[in-house]
Design a protein around this ligand. Structure first.
Ligand code: XMP
Length: 511
């Protein structure tokens, strides 16, 4: 079945992915493409949205794509930079603004009869974030909305299905933003809202069956949401031809290997658990440098997975839990390639010599959609609600070299912290939490004895995608109880600290 699609042209805004997600929430399929790589055939797209941008339309570095195949031919919505871009090239005037145009504003005027602002009232809150502003609309433009500070907050071009707004409908702070997107996409552009988790499951299962036929497929399970949902989808499509491998790298959480393996078996997956803890510990022996650790863990994983895959006969495909944010080609704000902060390791990244064809059933969907698809597939909500956990596991939460004893200590600490969050009803309010074992000893006193033991740092963050994050204001009573429990119950730890750094400038993991 073909769905109506929206093309989102990315000009480098930090919010571009949010536009795509908001559109998907309306059950409409959307795709992000860089502004300078407009798809050669536009037939499949029923509407186009131009994103915001850190650039100014007036600057030398301004991004000026040729929109002649789009403008007047497709319903078009310009957001922020997109709105300024359309104004600038249609005879309007864009200039630096004199008043502050960041943050909350309220619509003070709405032209009601164009359908664009149906079910939106004067007073509705919108989110502004721009330093340029549209001083003068093009001659053929009709003003659609204003705020107190921004007269030309929204307009349309007369005789075209071209609309433009200087505020950001995609952020939650624009309280009617989703309604405005729906007005544009459904009422004006006439798109059908038929992109649902059910339809995704049905179509993906058919597509997998068609693609892999009777071939065997191997998949590395990590215990995380993405690989689990990918496995359940594939299992639904090809059943026992799916061979799942779940590797214990010895750096998982306490009892995680056994309990997740049981869960997988309970879900009817054809899964083999491989305990390779010692192999990973050996590979990591004496390594202190974070990047070297990541590489050592990644390489050990490839070796173990390769050994196991070779034990299976006639496997032709490797399945991966890649999701849409991993494949979007983003426009960076500097125009150049972004620096490698950390070399992320996922279950993918296998060497060419494995010569397997790749199947990635979640390639088109966002994380929140993966969870919705998982729920449609009947996967346990506790499993779907699990915090993200990095591929290298506790290996990047033990600072300095890794030993079996340090892993044991951190597993105990982590279990007390995570179980505590669950018990206090805080787990679902936190995006990710974990503990770090620091490479320092400090002096303490227990009973009348001097101690000289390890220090652990607890970290809990809120985030939407891990790209930016802030530390969570956990209740003091909770921190007090957790610290007490850790120091009393975990031998070898005499000090607990709480990490109050945001990302940026810190990162979520310490290595
Ligand atoms: P950072 O530390 O870069 O982490 O702020 C952002 C998010 O990514 C996770 N993370 C990883 N996930 N493989 C993964 O699958 C990795 O190598 C890896 N490193 C970090 C981290 O847990 C956080 O959610």
């Amino acid at each position: 079945m073909q769905h109506d699609k929206v093309l989102i042209l990315d000009f480098g805004s930090q919010y571009t992915q949010l536009i795509a997600r908001r559109v998907r929430e309306l059950n409409i399929y959307s795709e992000i493409h860089p502004f300078n790589k407009i798809p050669s055939t536009l037939e499949d797209y029923k509407a186009v949205i131009l994103s915001g941008s850190p650039f100014s339309v007036r600057g030398d570095a301004a991004l000026h794509p040729d929109l002649s195949e789009i403008r007047t031919k497709k319903p078009l919505l310009g957001v922020c930079y997109g709105a300024q871009y359309l104004a600038h090239f249609s005879g309007g005037e864009v200039a630096p603004s004199n008043t502050r145009e960041y943050g909350r504003a309220n619509l003070s005027f709405i032209k009601a009869d164009e359908g664009f602002f149906d079910n939106v009232s004067v007073g509705s809150q919108v989110w502004m974030s721009h330093s340029d502003t549209i001083k003068q609309l093009p001659n053929n433009a009709v003003l659609l909305a204003s705020t107190n500070d921004v007269e030309n907050a929204a307009y349309k071009i007369d005789g075209e299905q071209t609309f433009a707004i200087q505020f950001h409908p995609e952020v939650y702070h624009s309280t009617d933003g989703k309604q405005i997107l729906e007005n544009f996409l459904v009422n004006i552009a006439g798109l059908t809202q038929d992109w649902t988790p059910d339809s995704f499951v049905e179509e993906t299962v058919e597509a997998i069956q068609e693609k892999v036929g009777n071939d065997k497929v191997v998949l590395g399970l990590s215990g995380g949401v993405d690989s689990t949902v990918a496995a359940v989808l594939l299992n639904k499509a090809i059943g026992k031809n799916l061979y799942c491998i779940f590797v214990n790298n010895g750096l998982l959480r306490k009892n995680e290997f056994e309990s997740v393996l049981n869960q997988y078996e309970g879900m009817g997956l054809n899964v083999k658990g491989v305990d390779a803890s010692q192999r990973f510990l050996d590979a990591l022996k004496g390594i202190e440098d974070p990047e070297k650790k990541r590489k050592a863990i990644g390489n050990a994983f490839i070796e173990v997975f390769d050994d196991e895959a070779h034990k299976l006969e006639d496997v032709k495909w490797l399945a991966q839990g890649t999701i849409y944010p991993d494949v979007i080609e983003s426009v960076s704000a500097t125009g150049g390639p972004s620096a490698t902060i950390k070399s992320h390791h996922n279950v993918g990244g296998l060497p060419d010599f494995m010569k397997l064809k790749i199947v990635e059933p979640l390639r088109a969907i966002f994380k929140d959609e993966v969870r919705r698809v998982g729920a449609t597939l009947g996967i346990d909500s506790e499993l779907l609600g699990r915090h993200p956990f990095p591929g290298p596991g506790l290996g990047i939460r033990i600072l300095g070299d890794i030993t079996a004893e340090k892993v044991r200590i951190l597993q105990e600490v982590d279990a007390i912290f995570i179980n505590g969050l669950k018990k206090w009803g805080l787990y679902d309010k936190v995006w990710q939490a974990g503990a770090m074992l620091l490479p320092v000893n400090s002096v303490g006193v227990m009973g009348d004895e001097r101690t000289y033991e390890k220090c652990v740092a607890l970290r809990a963050v809120e985030s939407t995608d891990g790209m930016t994050a802030d530390w969570v204001n956990l209740p003091y009573e909770f921190l007090q109880k957790t610290s007490n429990d850790i120091i009393n119950k975990v031998k070898g730890v005499n000090r607990v600290v709480y990490d109050i750094s945001s990302k940026p400038p810190a990162t979520i993991e310490w290595e």
